[in-house]
Design a protein around this ligand. Structure first.
Ligand SMILES: Cc1cc2nc3c(=O)[nH]c(=O)nc-3n(C[C@H](O)[C@H](O)[C@H](O)COP(=O)(O)OP(=O)(O)OC[C@H]3O[C@@H](n4cnc5c(N)ncnc54)[C@H](O)[C@@H]3O)c2cc1C
Length: 550
């Protein structure tokens, strides 16, 4: 059935997948590989998998505030991070956040997954999930035992566009951080060029690599502009969804299962709107609790940290000129003709995985460096993630740092029974002593790397926050009042056997039949790294479990 005009829905499908993002896109594509299974994939955002800015890895910069492709939420102000609202972009388009993100490829560390297994999530140790990480990628990087060679998502290195990258690597080495070209291999610790989900300048999202090739299947229906308002429950069994499309409401039924893959912000929201969640919270909005599940919307984790900026003494190290004027026009042309240059690389080109102190098993800090500066107009102009961004003419570079395994946990809950209203997102960054210690250590480490030769020989000065921010108290205040997330919300429908868990180790919602959640919300703790590839892994594993359980 085609997805245009009027009622595009059949009355019933075997499986309904809600959300076409990093996880949902994979699940819909995998389930529909067998022509005997009918699959409906519902996406609230546009179904145009070739939306212009999604093509280039750098396009993420142009979509970060665009409500056409992004839910563009904001958190509640909270004292723990300077009483500021934090921007929470997440994809609202075919491919979800994999279509608008910075394309950085990461898995986290072995220990992340092994600790999930230790918490009671059987089947999620690193040895269990490695086959799925390999299945989803195709790369020539690293060794055969660790990396995938023939999966849908191409993984390549971000390219070196100036001497900055080698200078930075040498300075990181001088600061005691080893060069580790494959941070997805056996060990993450080290400095390297970012690996990105792109080839020849083309972003590889679940929209382009999983759903586009599957679109022709008669048993797969992909519908964009389809906002699921609630789940249809008969007693404690999920039997379908209520979906709004072009102002009309439709009830569509699932013969076997409904899979919620709306991401860590919208999955708990949808469960709560459907009467699955903390009965006390639901009651405030007149929603009857079909199933009292207190963990829904709790345990929100994300990566948080500040941006630090430096100016340079020598031209030619920063690439700030490539994003402005005629050189930008040249870069555009180069991109269109050869698929190379500034537009072809990701937004976050250098990665550093480091330890906040001796004795930490593997990196608890991630840092990123880019050889240019960004100007922000509007917003607070402080964190670099609000307002309109453009390339600064200043000859300089910046780094961002983040706490990789934050203990501080927040919440996502509905603030209205109206499905169109965004949920209340409450982060509590820096709420624990260890998070504060690691955050302070990360700023000191970034400064140490930059002070080292050879890069240090070309540094003019730190222009933000500046050398006057010196003591631990001053650094913490700087982080608290200017930090931002790296857009990795997870954990709000966590997996496990404990009373606060929302899904079991096969991602089935506790207490409700016919319903699974499969996306970053199921992570019991945040992985030590970027979250898109882990979400795709969750999608691959979920699809296998759904097929096996049928
Ligand atoms: C700006 C940005 C930059 C990032 N950079 C990186 C990076 O470089 N590397 C990395 O690894 N990670 C990055 N991330 C994070 C990563 O992309 C996400 O963690 C990951 O894609 C989340 O996958 P998901 O499947 O959980 O959710 P999503 O991919 O967000 O998918 C959820 C989908 O569900 C749809 N949906 C939601 N509610 C409904 C509803 N009610 N009805 C129908 N559809 C609905 C959404 O529109 C969306 O398409 C970034 C994220 C952002 C926003």
């Amino acid at each position: 059935m085609q997805a245009f005009g009027g009622n595009v829905f059949n009355e019933i499908y075997d499986y309904i997948v809600i959300g076409s993002g990093s996880a949902g896109g994979v699940i819909a594509a995998r389930l529909s590989e067998d022509a005997t299974r009918t699959v409906l994939c519902l996406e609230a955002g546009t179904e145009n998998e070739r939306y212009i800015w999604t093509r280039s890895p750098l396009g993420g910069a142009f979509m970060i505030h665009n409500p056409k492709v992004n839910w563009n939420d904001f958190s509640q102000p909270n004292e723990s991070h300077g009483n500021r609202s934090i921007h929470v972009p997440h994809g609202k388009i075919l491919g979800g956040s994999s279509a608008i993100n910075a394309t950085v490829v990461n898995r986290g560390q072995k220990a992340d997954y092994n600790s999930w297994a230790q918490m009671g999530c059987r089947g999620w140790s690193y040895d269990d999930v490695l086959p799925y990480f390999k299945k989803l990628e195709s790369t020539s990087i690293g060794s055969d035992d660790q990396r995938g060679r023939s999966g849908p998502i191409d993984v390549t290195y971000s390219s070196k566009l100036s001497p900055f990258y080698d200078l930075f690597i040498e300075s990181a080495k001088a600061a005691g951080i080893p060069y580790n070209p494959d941070y997805l291999g056996v060990r993450q610790h080290g400095v390297a060029m970012a690996q990105i989900a792109a080839r020849r300048g083309r972003r590889k999202s679940t929209a382009t690599e999983y759903l586009a090739p599957a679109r022709g299947r008669r048993n797969l229906t992909i519908v964009g502009g389809a906002h699921v308002m609630s789940l249809l429950l008969e007693g404690k069994t999920c039997v379908g969804v209520r979906v709004q499309r072009k102002g009309q409401l439709y009830d569509v039924r699932a013969r076997r299962e409904v899979i919620v893959s709306c991401g860590a912000i919208n999955s708990p929201k949808l469960l709560e709107l459907s009467g699955i969640g903390n009965a006390g919270i639901l009651g405030k909005f007149g929603i009857e609790a079909v199933h009292n599940l207190p963990g829904v919307g709790e345990n929100l984790r994300d990566h948080y940290g500040p941006i630090i900026k430096w100016s340079l003494t020598k031209p030619g190290i920063s690439i700030c000129d490539q994003g402005r004027g005629w050189k930008f026009a040249r870069e555009l042309l180069r991109y269109v003709i050869f698929g190379t240059g500034f537009m072809a690389q990701g937004l976050a080109t250098m990665r550093v995985f480091a330890r906040s102190r001796d004795g930490v098993e593997d990196s608890d800090i991630q840092m990123m460096a880019n050889p240019f500066l960004v100007e922000v107009k509007g917003g607070t102009g402080i964190s670099g993630t609000e307002g309109t961004r453009s390339m600064s003419p200043l000859n300089g570079f910046y780094m961002s740092t983040q706490v990789q395994r934050p203990e501080s946990a927040g919440t996502v809950h509905i603030q209205s029974a109206d499905p169109i209203k965004p949920p209340a997102i409450n982060y509590r960054f820096l709420a624990t002593e260890n998070d504060r210690r690691v955050a302070i250590a990360s700023v000191k480490l970034a400064r140490k790397v930059v002070s080292m030769p050879p890069l240090g020989d070309y540094v003019d000065k730190e222009i933000f926050p500046g050398p006057q921010v010196e003591t631990d108290e001053q650094i913490l205040e700087f982080i608290r009042t200017t930090g931002s997330t790296t857009y990795h919300p997870v954990g709000t429908c966590k997996m496990g056997p404990d009373p606060m868990a929302v899904v079991d180790e096969r991602l089935r919602v506790h207490g409700i039949a016919g319903l699974r959640v499969a996306d970053t919300s199921i992570m019991p703790t945040i992985v030590s790294g970027n979250t898109s590839i882990p979400a795709m892994m969750i999608g691959e594993k979920a699809a296998d479990m759904i097929i096996a359980d049928a």
